[in-house]
Ligand binder design. Structure first.
Ligand SMILES: *Cc1c(COP(=O)(O)O)cnc(C)c1O
Length: 435
């Protein structure tokens, strides 16, 4: 396929086009179509931006209706009917059933801008500079967010010191026998640990970019307890694993915690339209008017589809139940794969419909799996410090038939790559071959 114009005109910074070197023309649901009319099953979902699939017809209809009546498209942060309906919908669908009270801050439309706002307000409220973040955490690539992002590739690109943060080991970072929360507690309790009293802690409940590392519910509960004890705000960055990715709308709900600040973006609009949001406890809202500004805080098209998504999928918990059902299908398939190749050193981790097939670090295996999957028509990415995790991120709305077809392609691709390395399956697959 002709990618010459991209090579000639676009900066070297381009990324995903290298992993998926075709020109995509159309997309619907979980199917992407390239210019040669080849179809791909999407197991990447725009890094978690398309939880309801591409061009979701329910969301698309609401958008077309809105445009056809000349609804306001760009509104800075002026009041519009679309924004009013979004606020009413959030209150009715998300807050009332949970008996929650959060103030909404609309930021610039990228996730990193919501993180910037969250960090700023936390520092203002507490009058302290330091923020605790975690190993393998990812929070965006603008200055403040980058300072709490762990990955050296992104950090080195900044060209300046990234300061006022302290990294602590995420759950499981030091192996299964070490409770990293006890370490954090010791550091906070000891006035001579060298840790400057933090204003806040920022955490992902499942580290999406960092390798599908899952924090246990107990660890999250203890983190909240430590935050309260040491007068630090708890910020949950739910940009990638919120909006239903792990089952419930918010990824931390099952842990029974209530963060002081929540950041949302990626799948919030539901349609892939840019939109970001900070939720904060009302007493934290000490912003002065216009203090954190932005031209694109009022993407009304995103408000329309976001409202529609909340109304269509989150009015009750049946959608979360469907995700849990699909999680079991994916988990079962991946565990079967792991058991089939005991010599390959594979394992599985994840929660909801973010699942990782973990390969031994440093042998490029996950990247080879991903490339082979793409050749066989599945769009899938890797994550983790050494790209060692094949990250499965299908749309939550994916049909069972496509889900299983995609899983079949992954199984076949893993089998092929391993066979080329001389690693054989332990047992014959049912029917003797990949499904
Ligand atoms: C993607 C992501 C961000 C950054 O969002 P952008 O829109 O790329 O700026 C921040 N935090 C998490 C957890 C993310 O996955």
């Amino acid at each position: 396929m002709d990618l010459k114009i991209f090579d000639r005109m676009e900066s070297e910074v381009r990324g995903y086009v290298r992993s998926f070197p075709v020109v995509f023309k159309k997309a619907r649901g979980s199917i992407l179509v390239d210019e040669a009319s080849k179809e791909y099953i999407d197991f990447f979902s725009g890094a978690g931006t398309l939880n309801y699939g591409h061009n979701n017809p329910i969301l698309k209809d609401s958008l077309i209706d809105y445009l056809s009546t000349d609804g306001v498209v760009h509104g800075l942060d002026m009041a519009t009917s679309a924004k009013k309906f979004f606020l009413e919908t959030v209150d009715r669908v998300l807050f009332k059933p949970r008996d929650w009270n959060y103030t909404l801050q609309f930021t610039g439309p990228t996730g990193t801008n919501a993180v910037e706002a969250a960090l700023k307000i936390a520092r203002q409220v507490k009058g302290r500079q330091n923020i605790i973040s975690f190993t393998h955490g990812f929070h965006g690539v603008s200055g403040g967010s980058l300072a709490v992002t762990a990955n050296a590739k992104f950090r080195n690109a900044a060209g300046v010191a990234l300061a006022n943060t302290t990294f602590m080991p995420f759950d499981g970072y030091l192996g299964p026998d070490i409770n990293t929360m006890a370490y954090l507690e010791r550091m906070l309790d000891d006035p001579s640990s060298g840790l400057d009293h933090p204003a806040a802690v920022i955490v992902e409940t499942v580290q999406g970019e960092g390798g599908v590392n899952v924090a246990t519910q107990r660890w999250l509960k203890e983190l909240q307890k430590l935050c309260r004890k040491h007068d630090m705000l708890l910020i949950v960055d739910d940009i990638q694993v919120g909006c239903g990715r792990t089952g419930n709308f918010f990824s931390f709900e099952c842990a029974g915690i209530e963060p002081d600040i929540i950041t949302l973006s990626k799948s919030l609009s539901g349609f892939g339209l840019p939109m970001s949001l900070v939720l904060m406890k009302p007493e934290l809202d000490i912003w002065k008017p216009g203090e954190h500004s932005g031209t694109f805080r009022g993407n009304n098209l995103a408000f329309v589809t976001a409202s529609q998504a909340l109304n269509s999928y989150w009015a009750d918990d049946s959608f979360a139940g469907e995700t849990a059902r699909k999680e079991r299908i994916v988990r079962d398939w991946l565990e079967n794969l792991v058991h089939s190749y005991p010599m390959a050193g594979l394992s599985v981790r994840g929660r909801g419909l973010i699942q990782g097939l973990v390969t031994p670090a440093d042998d490029d295996l996950a990247n080879q799996f991903a490339r082979r999957c793409f050749e066989h028509g599945v769009v899938i990415e890797t994550s983790g410090a050494n790209d060692e995790v094949l990250k499965l991120l299908p749309a939550l709305t994916i049909e069972d038939e496509l889900l299983e077809r995609g899983l079949g392609v992954i199984e076949r691709s893993v089998a092929e790559v391993l066979a080329e390395k001389g690693v054989r399956a332990r047992v014959l697959k049912f029917g003797g071959q990949a499904r």
